[in-house]
Design a protein around this ligand. Structure first.
Ligand SMILES: [Zn+2]
Length: 265
């Protein structure tokens, strides 16, 4: 009996350990990172009946499926690279170097607080011909669930910061952190002349797999017109950077790489 009891204990501990690790690795705390699309639509918690009003404002529920109006394709056979959560002084310059070496253009979904800290990186992104995308002021995963006025203030503030860095910057896209879209955020973005940019390929580089895994995942999933989600900020992006040369070469060979259009149809 004793070995069996011991085995049960060890198994129980292993389950506890594994689930604990899973929870912490899939939900980075300090660094902004996009959770996978599947995590974008978590089940809503059942409302607990409470006689006292909640001190925090109620967030609107996420829709069961992604709302209409999201850009998820380049509209042509060529695929597009998108880099989220920067600009970051450690990684963005290196990503830009890789893109320059490969002679391809990408789209950078920038976070307002990072833009404020590193405006010169935004200027370099624009100067080198890449597209800019608003990725909210502070990577608020719940932004799309907040009151419309708050959404509008956040997106407007972020665009203002981008244009403080680059006076005449075009910001034709908005990307909701975590892909947690609502119809309301899509509508506000449209009112501010931004199309809502989702993705078709997510190699989950934010969870820091190896460079080879990132390449393999992109290679498997990339179809003509794919919009590929990568990160140049929000944490250590060494693997993403290491994946870039071969990954970009393969995409160029198989599909061609295009910048997302300035005026998407
Ligand atoms: Zn993000």
């Amino acid at each position: 009996m004793r070995p069996r009891v011991l085995l049960a204990c060890v198994t129980g501990l292993a389950v506890l350990f594994l689930s604990g690790c899973g929870a912490s690795s899939s939900e980075p705390t300090a660094a902004p990172a996009s959770p996978p699309p599947s995590a974008a639509l978590p089940p809503e918690a059942a409302p607990a009946p409470s006689p006292t009003p909640s001190p925090t404002p109620t967030l609107r529920a996420l829709p069961a499926k992604l709302p209409a109006g999201l850009v998820r394709t380049t509209g042509v056979d060529q695929v597009a690279l998108t880099f989220d959560d920067g600009p970051d002084p450690a990684w963005t310059p290196k990503v830009l170097d890789r893109l320059k070496a490969a002679k391809v253009k990408a789209t950078f979904c920038v976070v307002g607080t990072q833009v404020r800290k590193y405006p010169e990186l935004v200027r370099r992104i624009a100067r080198e011909g890449h597209q800019l995308c608003n990725h909210s002021w502070n990577h608020d995963l719940d932004l799309a669930r907040r009151p419309v006025a708050e959404i509008r203030a956040d997106l407007t503030r972020t665009n203002r910061e981008i244009r403080r860095a680059v006076a005449d910057a075009e910001v034709p896209y908005y990307r909701q952190p975590g892909g947690r879209w609502t119809a309301e955020v899509v509508k506000v973005a449209k009112q501010l002349d931004m199309r809502s940019l989702h993705w078709t390929v997510d190699p989950k580089d934010w969870a820091r797999p190896t460079a080879a895994t990132i390449r393999k995942r992109v290679h498997r999933a990339a179809k003509p017109g794919a919009v590929i989600l990568l990160h140049d900020g929000g944490g250590n992006r060494a693997a993403t950077l290491a994946a870039c040369p071969k990954l970009i070469a393969a995409l160029k060979r198989d599909h061609g790489v295009t910048r997302l259009p300035l005026n998407p149809s």
